[in-house]
Design a protein around this ligand. Structure first.
Ligand SMILES: *Cc1c(COP(=O)(O)O)cnc(C)c1O
Length: 394
């Protein structure tokens, strides 16, 4: 047995089989390249599923974490620390919203948002306004609230009873949303670019109409930007492509470049209902996570970084569209920035496995798409190589 087979053997005895994992065990990484325990190298176009936005072993991020852990790793949110305040200021500035709550994951961010909007609606709409409308094919996480909001049956199996008061309508269908709104509705939850559901960006007019509907009906508009935010789309938040703002935005994945962190940012009007005791998290925004995030945010919002993401995203998109002209099995290429889905008419798993053998990591999305979500620091030569290997697998 080679080293990775030995590890996988051990793992299968002690780790719950909740993931359909690839038979690779990784040991180290550098930039967009990962190395497994047998020494084989892979070009990483998964990036921990849109998490490792600065790539692996980033010297600045490593230094930020090493530096902070020699000061304080953790204190309770009963006290203040500067890294958390710095990170919050940067997020407020980047979002155009007002107040941040930090947690540790995307599911927790959505959970915080669901609690926030119900409390808000009771105070500012009516005690009956408890219902949240989410989208088909969405993904919001695995806690009971966030999984209920997730509009994919396959994730609900065996879990009932789910959280009451959450319904689903088709994404990008304004009439369906409008028809679903009643006096009992308190909020609308959607991903401006659906990620796990298959990489579907919201239509421009649709999102404008949703914003207006929420204003007219006193509904809180929540955007889940756990995947499409933090620079992935070529702007800091995907909603910034649409010239509008949500009332609440959910974040996680890339927010601290691989260090576990999540959070929400809300406008003051909604945020004000979170008062002492209404919500909390032991680890949320702890000094180490916040120092990692502060560093990552400084890079993403730094000079020219997002323009480069947009430029490299267009470059990759263009190359994949050329492939589409040449290969009948590609039925669609969609996305924004460095969040791109290639829909294929053959099983995605076959292509992904072939790519893995050839040293390219990709991940599926939805029923028919193969997702490219590389580190935002990927360069054009690496994009060329990724597309070249991908083409060999078609
Ligand atoms: C990944 C993801 C989540 C869940 O994040 P976790 O950190 O796994 O809880 C929620 N929403 C979206 C859009 C995601 O892509």
């Amino acid at each position: 047995m080679n080293k990775s087979e030995v590890l996988i053997n051990r793992a299968e005895k002690v780790i719950m089989p909740t993931y359909a994992r690839f038979p690779i065990a990784f040991e180290s990484g550098n930039g967009c390249v990962l190395k497994d325990v047998n020494g084989k190298e892979y070009l990483d176009c998964v990036a921990g599923i849109a998490v490792d936005c600065l790539g692996h072993n980033h010297p600045g991020l490593n230094a930020a974490i090493a530096d902070q852990c020699q000061k304080i790793m953790h204190v309770s949110n009963l006290y203040w620390t500067e890294p958390q305040i710095d990170a919050a200021e940067m997020l407020v500035k980047a979002s155009g919203l007002d107040k941040v709550f930090f947690c540790n994951s995307g599911a927790e961010a959505n959970e915080a948002a669901l609690k926030l909007v119900r409390i808000y609606a009771k105070q500012f709409k009516s005690e009956y306004a408890v219902e949240i409308i989410a989208m088909d094919h969405s993904f919001h996480g695995r806690t009971y609230g966030s999984i209920t909001a997730t509009g994919q049956e396959k994730y609900h199996k065996g879990l009932d009873p789910l959280l009451p008061g959450i319904s689903h309508v088709p994404f990008n269908d304004f009439d369906a949303l409008k028809a679903a709104v009643t006096d009992k509705t308190c909020a609308v939850l959607l991903e401006p670019i659906q990620g796990e559901g298959g990489i579907y960006p919201a239509d421009h007019e649709y999102l404008q109409a949703v914003r207006k509907l929420c204003d007219d009906e006193n509904l809180v508009l929540i955007f889940d930007e756990v995947q499409c935010g933090m620079g992935r789309s070529g702007k800091f938040f995907a909603y910034q492509h649409y010239n509008l703002k949500p009332d609440v935005v959910c974040m996680a994945k890339g927010i601290a470049g691989g260090f576990p962190m999540g959070g929400i940012i809300a406008c003051d009007k909604v945020a004000q209902v979170f008062t002492p005791g209404t919500h909390a998290s032991t680890f949320g925004g702890n000094p180490l996570a916040s120092a990692a995030s502060r560093y990552v945010l400084s890079v993403i919002t730094g000079d020219g970084f997002l323009d480069e993401v947009a430029e490299k995203g267009s470059y990759l998109m263009e190359k994949l569209r050329v492939l589409k002209e040449e290969h009948k099995c590609i039925t669609d290429v969609r996305g924004m920035g460095l969040m791109i889905g290639v829909a294929v008419s053959v099983p995605t798993g076959e292509i992904i496995n072939k790519a893995m053998e050839k040293g390219l990591l990709l991940v599926g999305a939805g029923s028919d798409a193969i997702r490219f979500v590389p580190p935002l620091t990927i360069n054009k030569e690496e994009i060329d190589r990724a597309v070249e290997i991908f083409e060999e697998c078609l």
